[in-house]
Design a protein around this ligand. Structure first.
Ligand SMILES: Cc1ncc(COP(=O)(O)O)c(C=O)c1O
Length: 433
């Protein structure tokens, strides 16, 4: 319903929308005072017509940018087809999409969800169901992880600030120090049904999982009959310059979860699993009313075909390398950049000062990015970003960092990605001070 009376102070539709939001929405997000109403490629426009270079991409969702012509065409085509028919019947897109995802990931079967957190829930349930008869119930997760906000996903998310107000959470979850192989070995036994990892931690500050940790987790999971779950919700579908970030490690996971970019901007997630685990679900044991509907699956097929036709993974690699090179040059000029980390178009710039003031300054200057882990500026630009737009970003980013008053310092201890035993081959640190 369109809102009724406005206060005398309200003048524009944007102000009205913000006033309604602050009065009627549950207060879960801090937002800058602007309303986006139009988008095109890597740019968003607010209701005053101001242009913003979008290097956040809807937190890794808008891999095709905004209003991609093929997405618009597909939406128009599907608008008069059934939007929803329920999972009690086949639809024409779900099977072919599952087929493609299985081929891309090396998994055997797929279950569709509406979000990342729902995919994580299902993956944990699948691992518990597979381990049920042999009494395996423990789940291992990593320190500094982020897997979502529903109870299961929250139970394997590390940050106390997200978890503690909702305790008690799902039992039998333990955290392992990030990249600490010795601790992994000490906690892994035959009571473990799953270990869940992000190959490149996103919300935790763009922290790469070491090859040694992955390799040992793979061995231990195989040995004990547990599932190695790769959370590729942020890093998957091409963002790191590979279809999946785990493809830089030896061996496959047993279960993979994806979401974010999958349906070109609409909500769709998936659990992909090897047969040995997928077969733990039988009709009636798990389900979803909306998951894998015809519209989102048609969009996902279009997304995958655009990524292929337009060689977007190659573009992610090239533009990622350009960004990294530019940021590394910038490190020589800006003494409060501690490190630049990441792969492809998933990049973190670790500062020795608070990051949020730079995010606010960037908005003022028409650039969108965000800050994670209090001091890591995170870049997740669309896969379609051009060479010119990366250069534009680098020039504007330098001005933002050098002209904003320097915020408070953060302590060195807040660098969670630091490994107990640093290995030369493991994390892909792009540049370090
Ligand atoms: C790695 C990872 N897992 C899970 C989630 C949760 O996904 P969603 O917000 O779609 O529930 C996120 C969201 O940022 C994520 O980055």
């Amino acid at each position: 319903m369109v809102s009724g009376k406005r206060s005398a102070r309200t003048h524009s539709p944007a102000e009205g929308a913000m006033e309604d939001a602050s009065k009627y929405l549950v207060n879960t997000y801090r937002r800058p005072p602007l309303v986006f109403s139009r988008g095109n490629g890597c740019y968003l426009y607010d209701q005053q017509g101001r242009k913003y270079l979008d290097f956040l991409g809807g937190i890794a969702v808008n891999a095709l940018g905004h209003a991609h012509p093929r997405v618009v065409r597909l939406l128009r085509r599907q608008a008069s087809a059934p939007l929803h028919i329920s999972n009690l019947y086949f639809n024409e897109f779900q099977g072919p999409l599952a087929h493609q995802l299985a081929q891309m990931s090396g998994m055997d079967r797929v279950f569709f969800t509406n979000s990342g957190t729902e995919a994580v829930e299902g993956a944990l349930k699948l691992a518990r169901a597979a381990g049920h008869e042999s009494g395996k119930t423990r789940i291992l997760a990593l320190e500094n992880s982020f897997h979502g906000r529903t109870f299961g996903a929250l139970s394997v998310t590390h940050a106390a600030k997200y978890r503690e107000p909702f305790a008690p959470l799902v039992p039998n979850v333990e955290f392992v120090r990030f990249n600490d192989v010795a601790e992994l070995e000490s906690k892994f036994d035959s009571s473990v049904c799953a270990i869940i990892v992000e190959a490149l931690q996103g919300e935790g500050g763009i922290n790469p999982l070491s090859v040694a940790f992955w390799t040992r987790a793979r061995e231990l999971a195989s040995h004990h009959g547990a599932a190695l779950i790769a959370d590729e919700i942020q890093s998957g579908l091409g963002r790191t310059g590979r279809a999946f970030a785990y493809q830089r490690y030896p061996g496959l996971p047993d279960i993979v979860v994806i979401a974010k970019a999958l349906a070109g901007g609409l909500p769709l997630g998936a659990i992909m699993a090897k047969e040995a685990f997928a077969s733990a679900f039988a009709p009636g044991l798990h389900g979803s009313t909306f998951g894998g509907g015809p519209l989102t699956c048609a969009l996902a097929l279009e997304f995958l075909s655009i990524v292929k036709d337009d060689k977007l993974i190659e573009n992610v690699r090239a533009r990622g390398a350009q960004l990294q090179a530019g940021l590394t040059r910038l490190m020589r000029k800006i003494d409060f950049i501690r490190e630049v980390r990441g792969e492809g178009l998933m990049i973190g710039i670790d500062l020795s000062v608070e990051g949020q003031p730079y995010v606010a300054a960037a908005v003022e200057r028409g650039v969108l990015m965000n800050c994670t882990h209090e001091h890591v500026l995170r870049l997740l630009p669309p896969f379609i970003v051009s060479e010119k737009q990366v250069s534009e970003f680098l020039a504007r980013f330098e001005a933002i960092l050098s002209e904003t008053p320097r915020p408070a310092a953060v302590s060195v201890e807040t660098q969670p990605h630091r490994e107990p035993h640093r290995e030369a081959a493991a994390p892909r640190v792009l540049a370090a001070v």
